[in-house]
Design a binder for this molecule. Structure first.
Ligand SMILES: N[C@@H](CCC(=O)N[C@@H](CS)C(=O)NCC(=O)O)C(=O)O
Length: 197
């Protein structure tokens, strides 16, 4: 198994973290996303959407989209519940992460760390902040009475949401008003087998 990835990518880190927790061996191939390597003909032949993370399985097939990769790897493991309702709840949080969380928190972090924050990006930053804090508020409300997002144990819902929440400060987000989120981050970090981004 091979993972095409970029060291600073939270989306790639989701797969790296789960693979580590599962103890599954894999080859890591770093792709220079800043140098345009995701848009070369050879990479586009692997993922027409031109993005990492990308998982190549041993029979040569490729799977894109971080949360689809989590879903695939988690099958028949403790990170994917057996109960249908809990499975649906995990899916709910994976969709929330991609629509209401990642486009705000991850995007602003990426802009700040890797791009010039002048012009259009500076104008859009407030909207990214607003959306990111709205997502954190939803997470805070859910975690206020819970240890984990679903089934009171670590699932791929937590892994997906952890990836960019734990580095949200790098996007200018302050977490001190979200104590349940901060406690949950510490809980995930204490899981045996945890690896940093
Ligand atoms: N929805 C996708 C987003 C993937 C994504 O945005 N990947 C970025 C890095 S985090 C990328 O490959 N950027 C390079 C490019 O767009 O060429 C996922 O969850 O995997």
């Amino acid at each position: 198994m091979r993972l095409y990835d970029y060291p600073d990518s939270g989306n790639g880190y989701k797969a790296r973290l789960l693979l580590q927790l599962l103890g599954r061996p894999y080859e890591l191939v770093y792709v220079d996303i800043m140098g345009g390597e995701t848009r070369t003909p050879s990479f586009l032949a692997k993922n027409a959407n031109g993005r990492i993370p990308l998982l190549e399985v041993d029979d040569g097939r490729f799977l894109a989209e971080s949360n689809a990769i989590l879903f695939f790897l988690a099958q028949d493991t403790e990170y994917w519940p057996s109960d249908a309702w809990q499975r649906a709840e995990v899916m709910q949080w994976l969709c929330f992460e991609q629509y209401s969380h990642e486009p705000y928190i991850a995007t602003l972090r990426f802009w700040i760390r890797h791009t010039d924050m002048s012009g259009t990006r500076a104008l859009l930053a407030d909207e990214k902040k607003r959306g990111g804090y709205a997502a954190l508020q939803v997470m805070e409300g859910h975690l206020a009475q819970r240890q984990y997002f679903v089934a009171e144990r670590l699932t791929i819902a937590d892994i997906a949401l952890y990836a960019y929440t734990h580095v949200a400060h790098q996007g200018g987000f302050a977490l001190q008003s979200y104590p349940a989120v901060v406690a949950w981050l510490a809980r995930v970090q204490a899981v045996p087998g945890y690896v940093a981004i």
